[in-house]
Design a protein around this ligand. Structure first.
Ligand SMILES: Nc1nc2c(c(=O)[nH]1)N[C@@H](CN(C=O)c1ccc(C(=O)N[C@@H](CCC(=O)O)C(=O)O)cc1)CN2
Ligand SMILES: NCC(=O)N[C@@H]1O[C@H](COP(=O)([O-])[O-])[C@@H](O)[C@H]1O
Length: 196
């Protein structure tokens, strides 16, 4: 069984898409071993509890200096892949080394556009609309020491309309995020991803 830890910070629709794709057999050899949030009250934790998945909260405020170390203690030796699904804290230190090319992230833009520090959530779509892009989308990439700098695995595009609000663009991109994330997990679980 290909074991996954999913890290979240908010509503957890990307997490839910993984749960659903395991249940419907698309991710047939995968299992979510645990869900870890960096903030209390993240609705993604409720999603996990409803599906009988072990949940943890490693609060980013209580663990200001050792957040990544605390997460490593939970996942070390227990999972094959760590999935950042709307996770808004930057991972640092040993976890990056120990899980080299075994941590992936979903970002709501076509990296290298609209990414990096302070680029998350609705802000990404606000910047894209301000810039006037005609195409946006999402990126699944490996996580390294930088922010949104790891090797790209999958990208999916969406059209951008001049009348779009940030919320409308976010909603259109989110549909593609849910597809891209499970596609990447499936390929990795099948050993079909290699890095040049
Ligand atoms: N080592 C890495 N850790 C993380 C990465 C990564 O690429 N490398 N990706 C992020 C997810 N992310 C973009 O996809 C991202 C998340 C958060 C931020 C950011 O600026 N966060 C703020 C705090 C926001 C909050 O807590 O509400 C900050 O750090 O000041 C940028 C990009 C996950 N981890
Ligand atoms: N840079 C990271 C980032 O912006 N992540 C974004 O947060 C949202 C979380 O939604 P969810 O909690 O419903 O999955 C998603 O759009 C995800 O791409």
């Amino acid at each position: 069984m290909f074991k996954i830890a999913v890290l979240i910070s908010g509503g957890g629709t990307n997490l839910q898409s993984i749960i659903d794709n395991i249940e419907n057999g698309y991710l047939e050899n995968c299992a979510i071993e645990m869900i870890i949030s960096d903030r209390e009250g993240a609705y993604g934790l409720e999603r996990g509890k409803k599906s009988g998945i072990k949940t943890y909260c490693v609060d980013r405020k209580k663990h200001k200096g050792n957040l990544s170390e605390e997460i490593l203690k939970i996942v070390d030796g227990k999972v094959d892949l760590i999935v950042l699904a709307g996770y808004l804290s930057i991972l640092k230190g040993d976890i990056i080394k120990k899980f080299k090319n075994k941590i992936i992230n979903i970002h709501p833009s076509l990296i290298p556009a609209f990414c990096g520090n302070d680029m998350y959530g609705i802000k990404v779509h606000e910047r894209a609309l301000e810039y006037g892009v005609k195409v946006s989308g999402c990126t699944v990439h490996f996580v390294d020491e930088g922010t949104d700098t790891g090797s790209i695995i999958i990208q999916k595009t969406v059209p951008v309309y001049v009348e779009d609000t940030p919320e409308e663009l976010q909603k259109r991109v989110l549909v593609q995020e849910h597809k891209a994330l499970s596609e990447a997990i499936k390929l990795i679980s099948q050993g079909k991803i290699s890095i040049k």
